[in-house]
Design a protein around this ligand. Structure first.
Ligand code: CAA
Length: 259
């Protein structure tokens, strides 16, 4: 277990639970917080004993967006030269291990974008998702126009991005933004349980599967299908494949040692 100023990281067996911890600003993603988050994600991705990651916030806020107080004085040259925002934020989208966002309360602006960088979002009933950047004179800058459009389609994405309308957990599930909605008090346990379930499978199979789903967003269907088939073939080079299939045939529990 490690803690930095704005981040808590604790082990739950082979899962690392990362909690954004800047309660006074509803976990607004200031420079220091995003730097610390990048460091934690670097460390977890490199640690062989970590199989999966869960990112969560507080009961009231997953994260209320980029830090508006830090952004307000910046001009074009400032943000252009530092490649604000994505250069410092993108780490969650490049983590190779499975990464789940467990969202309770506000996930606004950069908070929603951070959640969308994860492999899936599990939401508490209290979760609220929005891209309110338009209301402060800008637009989403960390994937909110792109990942949201891919997740929910054009009309819903335009509604959220152009009006700033916030959607609740039920609507977020209906439109495909979140994978599951659970009672608030079960959020972290449910997300950690999902991460542990994934962690129990053959690790190469999990990484191949994650890579293949991500390919769907970067390629044509024909290209994606070709990629998937090759990854499927590659799975036959793993111990997990022979173990998993043998366990099925012999009606026993699979014991994946390649994890
Ligand atoms: N940046 C900086 N500080 C923030 C913040 C943010 N994004 N969101 C909340 N805070 C701070 C507030 O300023 C306040 O601090 P003070 O006590 O010092 O005034 C504290 O957190 C508590 O917030 P509120 O008093 O506003 O709490 P509330 O319960 O009344 O309202 C809220 C909650 C609706 C989430 C409201 O805080 C809010 O609208 N926040 C801003 C949401 C937003 O516009 N996010 C998008 C940011 S832009 C962006 O993210 C760009 C991008 O694409 C990456």
């Amino acid at each position: 277990a490690k803690a930095t100023e704005h981040i808590l990281a604790e082990r739950r067996d082979s899962v690392v639970l990362v909690s954004l911890n800047r309660p006074k600003a509803l976990n607004a993603l200031c420079d220091a917080l995003t730097r610390e988050l990048t460091e934690v994600l670097d460390a977890t991705d490199q640690d062989d004993t970590v199989a999966a990651v869960v990112i969560t916030g507080s009961a009231k806020a997953f994260a209320a967006g980029a830090d508006i107080k830090e952004m307000q004085p910046k001009n074009f040259v400032d943000v252009y030269l530092e490649d604000f925002i994505t250069s410092s934020w993108e780490r969650a989208s490049t983590v190779r291990k499975p990464i789940i966002a467990a969202v309770s309360g506000y996930a606004l602006g950069g908070g929603a974008e951070l959640a969308m960088m994860c492999d899936m979002i599990i939401a508490a009933e209290s979760a609220k998702f929005g891209q309110p950047e338009i209301t402060i004179g800008v637009l989403p800058g960390a994937g909110g126009t792109q990942r949201l459009a891919r997740a929910v389609g054009k009309s819903k994405a335009m509604d959220m991005v152009l009006t700033g309308r916030v959607v609740d957990a039920a609507e977020a599930e209906r439109i495909g933004l979140v994978a599951r909605v659970v009672p608030d008090e079960e959020l972290v346990n449910e997300a950690v349980a999902a991460a542990k379930e994934i962690a129990g499978y053959s690790r190469p199979a999990v990484l191949l599967a994650k890579e293949s789903v991500n390919r769907a967003f970067e390629s044509t269907l024909a290209e994606g299908l070709r990629f998937e088939r090759r990854m499927f073939h590659a799975a036959f080079a793993t111990e997990g494949q022979s173990e998993g299939m043998d366990a099925f045939i012999n009606k026993r529990e699979a014991d994946y040692t390649d994890r």
